[in-house]
Ligand binder design. Sequence first.
Ligand code: G6P
Length: 610
Amino acid sequence: MCGILGYIGDQSKTVDVLLQGLTRLEYRGYDSSGIAIMQDGRSKVFKSKGKLSKLKTKVKKHSPKGLLGIGHTRWATHGDASQKNAHPHVSGGTSVVHNGIVENYLELKNELKKKGYRFYSDTDTEVIAHLIEEMSNTGLCFEDAARAAFKRIEGSYAIAVISDRDPDKVIATRKFSPLIVAKGDHENYLASDVSAILPFCKDVIYLEDGDVAILKRDEIKITDLDGNQIKRKVKSINWDPISVEKCGYRHFMMKEIFEQPRAILDTIRGRFSEETGDVYFEGLDSSFFKDVQRIVVLACGTSYHASLIGKYMIEEIAKVSVEVDIASEFRYRNPIIDSKTLAIAVSQSGETADTSEALLEAKGRGAKTLSITNVMMSKIARDSDCVIYTHAGPEIGVASTKAFTTQLIAFYLFAIYLGRIKRKLTKKQSIEMIKQAISIPQLLEITLKLNEQIKELAKEFFKYRNFLYLGRGINHPIAFEGALKLKEISYIHAEGYAAGEMKHGPIALIDEDMPVVLIAPGDGIAYKKILGNLQEVRARRGKVIFLTSDPCAQELKGIVDRVIEVPGSSYLLSPIVSIIPLQLLAYHIATYKGTDIDQPRNLAKVVTVE
Ligand code: G6P
């Protein structure tokens, strides 16, 4: 959840690269930050509690200069959010930044304390700095001391370290936590996340667990923990650097909401034939899925909501039974899994600890595994037998938007793919379904035109303290997701319910202070039933915001307070359209409330702790 960065190369660029990179990493975690710069053979450390802007002001005052440096943005796990707990942590001439958790830190801390090391922070990271210093004091060179220390650390980590003893190197390692190194021209980079260095270079090496990277100005050497040299492939990243800029939008979230037509197009592009009705995914082999009899889907947060909708799609199209599990719960029951079970892990980041662990649990119990993720070579992608990448591009706003809708379209295509394998779909049916998928980007363009109307709506409703979202059928998870968006960024209490459940509890909450968002696209049975809910809410003087694709809904104006009219789409794809106004509603309400939209309090974009 924290972000780390390292740079070696041009003295005039170091501070800038670190601060720019940290700005791009800030979305991962943001309660404190810090950098260490090697200036005239000695590392200078700057740290600040709170937003990165505070660190920037501090650094500017001193304008340090140096050939190399490391940086960190933190989301507290061990120790509260404070300056003393911010990274880098220092011991003698060693400065360390770290993502993850040192599981044996207490044991190491006691051992180091006995040797006279003093601890200044409450973090587990500080033991790493002391350990490397201790190894150096036994006479080992920086590289060997670092490797010897890394060998002693248990847990999950990505670490970058610099030392006054050898001031021309940055050393880094990883285990269960992502880390990449990238080659520039007489300069080299390292980062926990590609987006941090995207504007600087495109050719990256994804380090493997146990790799140690030694970065010099003109060389990147990779070894194992024993010092044996290793060769790793260089990969070219095709994300556009512009995708990590706001491009005139006030917030990344708004930019990402508006990117959805393009992101959907990128996710479906090249994956189907309109003539044959076939769907293809690079790296997927149809024989792998032939004997799948059951599917379990594992995910957290917004990805979990996408998975609930994915269940409707797969069961409807491919007629395979699907269960969806909250990843953090899956491991702590005794799930029934066999070799005919397909476990699908769904994760924007591909790093969420709970999802990653649930995937491994399913794998260990003999399931076939597939992941749906947005991040190439992420842990979840690497741990699964095969991967479907969503092509949403980097998602920076903490509240997930385009990742969600691209997951939905990926599920839809996968359902057609599986339906064809299972012979549950005729060619004609799949051609028709593909046509509907192709129409989605344009429908989203039309839906996004509601922006001004939703802004007005938000102005009217932003002072309410509670909201209820109700949906039915395939749109009932949209009620969960709409409510989640609102609480994440506006801090308003919001509940999402399957509309049929209203009478079993939430109805007790309804009065004139409770706006109820009724999600009712389409004209099928779900729509008719929701009209019944509408009457029940009205009878209790609840305020109704009615989201529908029914053109006659304007006639309901006397009954509902506000109508949001979205364009009609096929039932299975309607959630992709209905979520858009709800993302916009959450965004505008949060803007009126003046909250921090891209970096809401207490949340992190990537949750790498259980
Ligand atoms: C965090 C993020 C959510 C996200 C969830 C799962 O809580 O704030 O936006 O939905 O993690 O993340 P994943 O990367 O696995 O989809």
